[in-house]
Design a protein around this ligand. Structure first.
Ligand code: GLN
Length: 354
């Protein structure tokens, strides 16, 4: 018997064993969500979780389109899309993820990240504030807390977000707008448009935000002309994104401020992480506590129907579904993200891997 024929069976056995191990690993990756903890998550896990959540929440009809901005009341309420983008640039989408919608308040963290980067963490903490307000997004009471030693305000409520826009440089309005637009384009990795219908509609019904802008000026929190800050804030909220854009923007924060596909460094990891910190305490306004309890991830909603949730170091999920709850958060989007996060990473950033 030759040495060769002796070795052949064991070689075959070794090969078969390796194939068996690989097959078991693939099966486990596809069916056992706990395997994903501490890692980015596989394509199969994302697809299974997203498809399941889409099917489970598609029929939800609760909630109502925003109508205090007249153009938003016109958006078909049954549009629904979910997109996931990972920090290594993988994309999975289902439903109406190419349908553009107004980013609204989901733009606030990205603008905030820029000012955190430019002016520094301490400056933002001292000047704008980083505390949960426990109040609706357009509350004036939150702003009045500037009279206190520690303001109950932050860059993700209207008052803080208008102040943030006022501090973006350069001061000249056209050039400042270019900075804001370029920033949002960089986060999305493509050139975004402003929805002029939404912009005009919101600009024509922004008495409340106008009052906030002028009060901010009175408190010395707003830089320059309050009317300019209000206008640029309104434009920023009217930027058109798709769910896929929003997930990509979130994935850039998840990736420490560097775009996962273009590779462009937009803000530093420190600025991205501080942005996620405020998203975790106040991303869904007065119901942020309930959100963090149920989902466990930093997130941001907008009255255009978008929500973006970020799993730091791993991926972002964005949903688009216009009908909102009383706090202004998409009903379907919240539920869909909750289901996906539970399947992929259990209790989100609080998951102990148990
Ligand atoms: N542009 C909107 C406003 O200022 C944003 C509100 C939101 O999305 N929650 O009212």
């Amino acid at each position: 018997m030759s040495a060769r024929s002796d070795r052949l069976p064991s070689r075959h056995l070794g090969f078969a064993f390796a194939i068996l191990c690989a097959a078991i690993a693939c099966m486990l990756a596809a069916i056992a969500p706990a395997q994903a903890r501490g890692e980015i998550v596989s394509d199969a896990q994302i697809k299974a979780a997203v498809d399941k959540a889409y099917a489970a929440t598609k029929g939800i009809t609760a909630g109502k389109d925003a109508d205090y901005i007249p153009a938003l009341a016109e958006v078909p309420p049954d549009l629904f899309g979910i997109a996931v983008v990972t920090v290594d640039g993988r994309i999975y989408t289902v439903g109406d993820t190419d349908h553009p919608f107004a980013i609204e308040s989901a733009s606030k963290p990205f603008a905030a990240s820029w000012v955190i980067e430019q002016k520094g963490e301490q400056w933002v903490e001292d000047t704008i504030g980083v505390n949960q307000t426990g109040l609706p997004f357009n509350s004036i009471i939150a702003l009045e807390s500037h009279a206190q030693a520690t303001p109950a305000m932050n860059p993700l409520v209207n008052a803080g977000a208008i102040a943030i826009v006022s501090w973006i440089e350069p001061a000249e309005p056209k050039a400042r707008w270019q900075t804001i637009q370029q920033l949002m384009n960089d986060y999305a990795g493509r050139a975004l448009d402003v929805d002029l219908t939404v912009y005009r509609s919101e600009a024509g019904s922004s008495e409340h935000n106008r009052a906030i802008s002028h009060l901010l000026k009175g408190y010395g929190t707003l830089n320059g002309d309050p009317e300019v800050a209000l206008d640029l804030y309104t434009r920023q909220c009217s930027i058109h994104v798709t769910a896929q854009d929003l997930a990509t923007m979130g994935a850039t924060l998840a990736n420490g401020g560097t775009h996962p596909i273009t590779g462009k460094k937009i803000v530093s990891p420190a600025a991205a992480e501080k942005t996620l910190a405020i998203m975790s305490t106040t991303g869904l306004y007065e119901t942020s506590g309930t959100w963090t309890w149920n989902v466990g991830l930093p997130a941001k909603s907008g009255v255009g129907g978008g929500i973006v949730a970020v799993a730091p170091g791993r991926f972002a999920i964005a949903t688009f579904a216009p009908p909102l709850d009383a706090a202004g958060n998409s009903v379907k989007g919240q539920k869909a993200i909750e289901l996906i996060v539970h399947d992929l990473i259990g209790s989100g950033m609080f998951d102990t891997g148990r």
